[in-house]
Design a protein around this ligand. Structure first.
Ligand code: SAM
Ligand code: SF4
Ligand code: SF4
Length: 386
């Protein structure tokens, strides 16, 4: 039995019930913060990107995210009444947009498992940025339900999708999702998304050394020239259940080197500030970017900290605001809205919370000894979304 197949039971500390109280000064008339699109945090970072987790459930059990030993039949998912309703999500999202958010990503758990998700998309698609433009509205999915839902999602106003796909080899894929789900069905979902016009499509591949690194080149070849952007994500120490180890991280620099040896690459400029992926384009015979061949991205959350322009906020399934993917606690916005907060109260609270934000976990981690992390407890990725 190889090491990665050895079941490792990890005690799950349930951090979902822990929450931070919104700052008291948010309610005082003298220190109100109105939403004018110009909010910035304690490190000068604006608020541009909101990720909303719409469910903590998933039909996959990727071992780096929801390992079976923990997320088993006895696992206590959130009861429906604890979830933010679509109206509540839209209300909170509207306030974030008034503070400067331009991009909303729906995630989870598996977002397509949330019943009638199209209705939420319709509501979010009607929001306008401070400049009066439609939002960049997208969704990250494991692709399992995409073939069935792509058209309805597009019709509801979704602009594009990111599909997670960790390999093309059926056996590797089935073992990584750990529910024996066939890769062909996800590929059919990607095709359906393309046919429905949900593009440009991004494909996310989490790379685990010793598990799927041999899938890197076949994936690169498969998506080269298709207009889809394949992004390689370093396996991260999110949550407390995936028994993360540094020696299972394949640094992005190695991914680039491996692809470059076969399919030459040139580095491209970042498309916008706060962009998580480093971009590499396929090169033509003279070493210039061949636009028709397209590009790949590498997300080096472990080996290269990128907190400096992190402009992302995360809203958990039950309405807690997290300021960092690695935060241990979130601010309870659901209580605030269920207790009857006005628009001005909500805007002021979010304003104060963001202004006080100094999170930079990845940078702190890279200052620590390898394989240790910062020792802080963290919530699960399936709960606050990726
Ligand atoms: N279920 C959807 C999916 O898989 O696309 C959306 C939620 S999932 C938590 C969002 C993204 O986080 C996915 O692309 C997934 O591969 C990534 N992810 C989850 N756990 C991770 C880890 N430990 N390291 C790196 N990425 C991870
Ligand atoms: Fe589910 Fe996505 Fe996590 Fe995999 S990465 S277990 S598909 S939420
Ligand atoms: Fe942003 Fe936290 Fe990730 Fe740094 S570690 S980039 S602050 S989410």
């Amino acid at each position: 039995m190889t090491e990665r197949h050895t079941p490792r039971i990890v005690p799950l500390v349930d951090l979902r019930s822990a929450s931070l109280r919104p700052p008291a000064e948010a309610a005082s008339a003298s220190s109100r913060i109105a939403a004018n699109g110009l909010l910035s945090d304690a490190l000068g970072r604006p608020l541009r990107d909101l990720r909303i987790s719409v469910t903590d459930r998933c039909n996959f059990r990727c071992n780096y995210c929801m390992p079976k030993e923990v997320f088993d039949k006895d696992y206590a998912y959130l009861p429906h009444a604890d979830l933010l309703s679509f109206e509540e999500i839209t209300r909170v999202a509207k306030t974030f947009v008034a503070h400067g958010v331009q991009k909303i990503r729906l995630t989870g758990g598996e977002p397509l498992l949330r019943k009638n998700i199209e209705l939420l998309i319709e509501q979010l698609a009607s929001l306008r940025t401070v400049e009066g433009r439609p939002l960049d509205l997208t969704l990250t999915t494991n692709g399992s339900l995409l073939a069935r839902k792509a058209r309805a999602l597009k019709a509801a106003g979704l602009q594009r999708v990111t599909v997670s796909l960790d390999g093309l080899d059926d056996a590797v894929f089935r073992s990584m999702n750990d529910v024996d789900f066939p890769v062909a069905d996800v590929l059919a979902g990607i095709e359906a998304a393309r046919d429905a016009g949900l593009g440009p499509i991004k494909i996310n591949m989490v790379v685990k050394r010793g598990t799927n690194e041999h899938e890197i080149l076949p994936m690169a070849r498969r998506f080269k020239g298709t207009g889809m952007v394949l992004r390689f994500i370093e396996y991260m120490d999110v949550g407390a259940t995936n028994s993360w180890r540094m020696n299972e991280v394949l640094p992005s620099a190695e991914v680039v080197k491996l692809i470059h040896a076969d399919l030459p690459l040139v580095q491209l400029e970042p498309s916008n500030p706060g962009e998580t992926a480093e971009r590499w384009g396929y090169a033509d015979a003279s070493g210039n970017h061949d636009k028709a061949a397209g590009e790949i991205g590498v997300i080096s959350s472990v080996t290269q900290a990128f907190c400096g322009d992190c402009n992302r906020a995360r809203l958990s399934t039950e309405g807690k605001l997290y300021l960092c993917l690695f935060a241990a606690q979130g601010y309870d916005l659901r209580s605030l809205i269920r207790d009857g907060a006005s628009e001005a109260d909500l805007a002021s609270t979010i304003g104060h919370i963001w202004q006080g934000r100094a999170d930079r976990y990845s940078e702190l981690r890279s200052e620590m000894k390898p394989d240790t992390g910062t020792g802080l407890r963290r919530v699960e990725m399936s709960y606050i979304g990726g």
